[in-house]
Design a protein around this ligand. Sequence first.
Ligand SMILES: [Fe+2]
Length: 378
Amino acid sequence: MIEFSMELSTKIYFGTGITKEALEKEKRWFDKKNILLITTGRSLIKYGYLERLEQILKKLSPCSRIVIYDKISPNPRLSEVREASELGIENDVQIVIGFGGGSALDAAKAVAAGVADIDLLENFLLKGLEPTEKTLPMIAIPTTAGTGSELSKAAILSSHEHHIKSGIRGKYMQPKVAIVDAVYTWSVPERITMETGFDVLAHAAESYVAVKANLFSEMLSEKAIKIVGKSLSTLKKDLDDHEAREQMAFASMIMGMNLANVGTALPHRMQYPIGIETDTSHGAGLIALYPSWIQHEQEVNPQKVRTILEWLGLKSASASDAFKDLQEQWDISYTLQAFGIEKNRLNTLAEQVTGNVGNDKLANCSGIINTILEESFS
Ligand SMILES: [Fe+2]
């Protein structure tokens, strides 16, 4: 029996070099309005992308005031979202544009909720309160191929003050428009390309084995796994392969649909405390956890894990070795020890794993989180 529901309220524009045309078509969202542009800054300034985006917006809507907040960290913080929201309120902004990697987009979504309901901002993150219909409209323009944040309903934020990395989630968080223009990914350096690319693979593999998976999401996972297996290997050899860049941007985007509707499995729950403790990237944490996780996942989902390995063309004796080989080929073999974690911290990290662990059948096996952390240590 096939039964599922999928929701996607975001208008998508996809291609290479399509930003101007897409913004022209979606002018109604920002015409004569004050715009808050949330970005991660440096590389977008270096390559002139930010200036070009500002020029396009000014040309399309000369009366708009464009306010820029560019202090978002790689693991965006609640304090930054608060600061940006206050800036938005001061300038009476009516629309938020997120321009950058997943951290910029996540922060922009949270800011759209924060400008509308600044007094509730902390409770959105700490108490899981859903942002209201007052949330400002948001346009997402991703510049890396990885997080799929342009289509998801979540903003993952950390608060050092509260020792938490968690998500603000809700239907009003989904961007109104996603402009996925692969041209921005052309200049992403190798390490970020490989780590964010692995995140796409992780979204595909985890949503494929997830309890909430359905025939539609499985079809998207299959496409994404096959694309990443081929295109990331191509990019490892040649970062200027624009076709592979476009393919990765596509895979990342369709996995945003799975994130919004199916969700992920244990590695994503487990990466969050690791990211907070070590300030390592989201992709890096996943890479360290995967060989151990996939091995154990095979015990509860043997057919699906075999299929994932097949789609990736991996033939090693064990699922763990298969992923280790793949990571070696892509030059992204990491361990938790290399992140500077002390072995005696593993139990604490295990205790800090929160969120919907039940979306992974493996979570029913007692002590599994500690086992994966120990096996991923060195
Ligand atoms: Fe992810």
